[in-house]
Every structure is written in structure tokens, then in C-alpha cells.
Design a protein around this ligand. Structure first.
Ligand code: NAD
Length: 275
């Protein structure tokens, strides 16, 4: 099973399929990440605010997998935005992960009310120059937030990590970012289980046609559009299932039928107002 690598705008590559650990209990994280690494995942998405970076780090250390075969993302939490606090945040994350560098460091939310995301991104540019992170990007940024980063800093974010699933396909934001070199990462790719995505006819029909599960269909839908995706599960069988998505391909009609489920339905917070 080969996960495609996508090339970021700074020349580094990222495995298109990874493993997300939002809401994985800190006490369970080492076990879950070990299961993911065992299943073949080499890309892990965590964040300081998930409070499970230590478990991610322990699983990495125990795996014996060479560091250069792993792609590790973590994120700067809102309260740490700004020139005074962001360096301490990345240093704490690296220490907690037990790593010398992360592959990708993201501003977790824009928090436009604070108006510190531009100066924070300039700090991330410095962290990249120092080798604390290989690549830098943003998360939950809307077009006006991206426009300010593009106008006021020297680096195009490598990615924008946004809520993205069939009922919330984010076409306009993707069409803004992707031509400018900003790859899209999907969070909540399975809708976080907050609506009956797997019961949608378009998803269920494709699953039946290919003899796969609805979750595998939805992950394929992301992959076939060039989106980077890292579904979360704490269950080893599902962790393996979500990685086993390279033995079939959705037809254009199946993709179109799932595309038609877009109804602008968020399951998470709105970045313009999230605090
Ligand atoms: P998700 O859409 O991946 O949903 C996870 C839930 O789906 C699980 O709890 C489980 O109940 C269910 N599930 C997983 N695999 C399944 C399967 N094979 N069959 C049936 N049900 C299955 O939601 P998520 O965890 O929120 O998103 C993925 C990752 O995105 C996170 O773990 C995190 O790394 C990242 N994320 C980032 C942000 C952000 O603000 N940047 C926000 C949320 C999540």
C-alpha cells in the first residue's frame, strides 16, 4: 500500500494520508499512534492543545522508524500567538514530542479578534529558518486571513488545514488557496460522526459497489481531489481500515454524487468567531 506524497510549495513532501489525534485521550495516545505506525501511517497530526504530544512522541520513539520517514505536524495554540510567546510554544511542543524539529507547524486558529496572526506567522518564518520546523502553514484561515498573510509576510503558507467533509466541501476557499500554492488539509473528514454521513445514499452506494466501508469511500473522496486527510480513530481495526484505501477508485459519477452532498454544513466552530 503506497500513500502518495504531495509536494509542498517549499519543496518538502507530505504523505497525503495521515493519522489525526484530536480527542485521543492522552493516556491512550501512545497505543493509538503505535497502532497507526504499525498499520503503515507515517504522517501524524497533533496539536499542543490536544495535550497528547507526549504520547505521540513515545510512540515515535518506541517504533524505531527513522525520523526522516515520518511527517509530524503540531500547532500553536491561540493563547500563545504573538512574538513574545510563540517561541516558547514551539520549544515546549518539540520537548514534549521528544523531537528536534517538526515537519509542519501551524497557527491553529486565526483569532481575528486578537489581530496577532500576521506577526505570529512572521515568527513561524523565523522558526523555519532556524530548522525548528521544516514547513509552516495555517489552520482555519478564511480568505481574508490568507490575503493578509500573502500581502504582509514573505512566505506562502504550505497548507491551510480546514474543516472539510462532503456536507462542507469548502470549494471557494480551496479555489482561492490551491492556485496560490496552498495545499488543503481536511479536518473532520468523516464529519466527526456528527451527522449521518455514512448513511447518505451516495456514500452507501459507492461502498456497496466497491465492497468497502462508507468511511473508506469518504477518505477516497478526499484523496481523489488532492486533499490531505488524516482521519482519527482509537480503534485498531478502524485505524487499519482507514489506511486501506488504495485498492479501489471512485468513478467520476460516484465523486460527483458525493460532491452533491455539499450544503455548507459545519460541524465545528466558525473561524471568524471561534475563541
Ligand atoms: P474525523 O472526521 O476524523 O472523525 C473521527 C470520528 O469518526 C472518530 O471519533 C470515530 O467515531 C469515527 N470513525 C473514524 N474511523 C471510522 C471508521 N472507519 N468507521 C466508522 N467511524 C469511524 O474527525 P477529527 O478527529 O475531528 O478530524 C481528524 C483530525 O483532524 C483530528 O484528529 C485532528 O488531527 C485534526 N483536527 C484539526 C482541527 C483544527 O482546528 N485544525 C480540528 C479538528 C480536528
Amino acid at each position: 500500500m503506497t500513500v502518495p506524497n504531495l509536494t509542498l510549495n517549499d519543496g518538502h513532501t507530505i504523505p497525503q494520508l495521515g493519522f489525526g489525534v484530536f480527542k485521543v485521550d492522552p493516556a491512550e495516545t501512545e497505543r493509538a499512534v503505535s497502532a497507526a505506525l504499525e498499520a503503515g501511517y507515517r504522517h501524524i497530526d497533533t496539536a499542543a492543545v490536544y495535550r497528547n504530544e507526549a504520547g505521540v512522541g513515545r510512540a515515535i520513539a518506541a517504533s524505531g522508524i527513522p525520523r526522516d520517514e515520518l511527517f509530524i505536524t503540531t500547532k500553536l495554540w491561540n493563547s500563545e500567538q504573538g512574538a513574545a510567546t510563540s517561541r516558547g510554544a514551539i520549544e515546549t511542543s518539540l520537548e514534549t514530542l521528544g523531537l528536534d524539529y517538526v515537519n509542519l507547524y501551524l497557527i491553529h486558529w486565526p483569532r481575528p479578534d486578537l489581530d496577532r496572526y500576521v506577526e505570529t506567522f512572521q515568527q513561524l518564518e523565523q522558526f523555519k529558518a532556524e530548522g525548528l520546523t521544516r514547513s509552516i502553514g495555517v489552520s482555519n484561515f478564511h480568505q481574508p486571513h490568507l490575503e493578509r498573510i500573502l500581502a504582509e509576510t514573505d512566505t506562502v503558507p504550505a497548507v491551510n488545514q480546514i474543516e472539510l467533509h462532503p456536507a462542507f466541501a469548502q470549494r471557494a476557499l480551496r479555489e482561492f488557496g490551491e492556485p496560490r500554492g496552498i495545499l488543503t488539509e481536511a479536518w473532520g473528514p468523516l464529519g466527526q460522526g456528527k451527522y449521518d454521513l455514512f448513511g447518505e445514499k451516495a456514500v452507501a452506494d459507492a461502498a456497496a459497489a466497491h465492497g468497502v466501508t462508507p468511511a473508506q469511500v469518504v477518505i477516497r473522496w478526499h484523496l481523489q481531489q488532492g486533499i490531505i486527510v488524516f482521519p482519527k480513530s482509537s480503534t485498531p481495526a478502524r485505524i487499519a481500515e482507514n489506511f486501506d484505501v488504495f485498492g479501489f477508485e471512485l468513478t467520476a459519477d460516484e465523486v460527483a454524487a458525493i460532491d452533491a452532498l455539499d450544503r455548507g454544513q459545519r460541524v465545528g466552530a466558525d473561524p471568524d468567531t471561534a475563541i
